[in-house]
Design a binder for this molecule. Sequence first.
Ligand SMILES: Nc1ncnc2c1ncn2[C@@H]1O[C@H](COP(=O)(O)OP(=O)(O)OP(=O)(O)O)[C@@H](O)[C@H]1O
Ligand SMILES: [Mg+2]
Length: 149
Amino acid sequence: MERTLIIIKPDAVQRGLIGEIIRRFENRGLRMAGMKLIQVSKELAAQHYGEHKGKPFYESLIAYITSAPVVVMVLEGNNAVAIARNTIGSTRPVDAAAGTIRGDLGMEVGRNLVHGSDSPPSADRELALFFAPGELIDWTRDTDRWIFE
Ligand SMILES: Nc1ncnc2c1ncn2[C@@H]1O[C@H](COP(=O)(O)OP(=O)(O)OP(=O)(O)O)[C@@H](O)[C@H]1O
Ligand SMILES: [Mg+2]
């Protein structure tokens, strides 16, 4: 089953939106394989956002993601990457559709509340940065047969 890495970013944690954001993924049907509250180090932030190194917003992005604790989660399901991305909405909240997390709860690209992996290979790379294999749980949810075909 496909897995994706979700980060509930510092602004969402500071604003008390952890539960609201998890609720949206849970209601969608994604199954949780792991979750924890962590403080991201500068080193981990640089690894996670390596593709953006050199861009004008890189330094502020690293400052943002390390500014307060975050909640990291691994969610799974068929097409979990795409399902999570469209639940999250467009990168810039001004472009994000109403009904998405960023479209309903955000205003600014540098305060866009949540991260979701952009492809299955990115998800594999990212979840290995944040979780040891033993921290992820393989389980069957009683509702799986009503949600997964
Ligand atoms: N033009 C920009 N100005 C400021 N911050 C930006 C800009 N573009 C991207 N960012 C920040 O960098 C993050 C990573 O950018 P990316 O292009 O990967 O967007 P994304 O995949 O929608 O977001 P994420 O990777 O956080 O899920 C964005 O979520 C945003 O916080
Ligand atoms: Mg991205």
